[in-house]
Design a protein around this ligand. Sequence first.
Ligand code: HEM
Length: 150
Amino acid sequence: MFCAYFHDTDAEFRNTGLERAGNLTKDLAWFKEEGHFIPELLSPGIDYSLYIEELSKKDPQAFICHIYNIYFGHTAGGQMIGRKVSAKILNGKELEFYKWDGDLPQLLQKVRDKLNKVAQDWTRDEKNHCLEENEKCFKFNIEIMRLIVA
Ligand code: HEM
């Protein structure tokens, strides 16, 4: 039953229009063309992706905490950071990472509604578990940001 429930949840959050991998790939190609060195994957990113993959198989509440933080964070502070980086070091180049197909507020609202719908069926303990995962989510992501800054 748990698996059936989880696969339904998982499917809800696929192809939401917020996914960034395709756009990021285009940006990396552009950076390479510009003569920048693209580093190999390093441990903070690898650790995080392995951790998320594991959660996606066994812990829907914790996994959803990451879905919210990553996708919504990129559209909020992420866009602000992107604009500053672009103005300061990329001569105003608009990165693909900060372009979404369709109306972004609408895409976000659809995902927000789905998140609320899924969480409606959770017990208080499951909700708390999702909230507590926030600390780990920030820890992993701050490690990745440290690496970018280093
Ligand atoms: C240098 C580090 C960061 C900066 C400067 C930053 C900045 C911001 C700013 C300015 C906002 C918008 C606040 C508003 O308009 O009300 C925001 C929202 C947000 N950030 Fe960050 N942030 C950072 C790191 C992170 C990290 C590591 C995560 C999680 C992995 C994260 C997740 C979020 C989320 C979930 C929101 C709210 C999005 C929403 O309400 O739609 N941020 N951040």
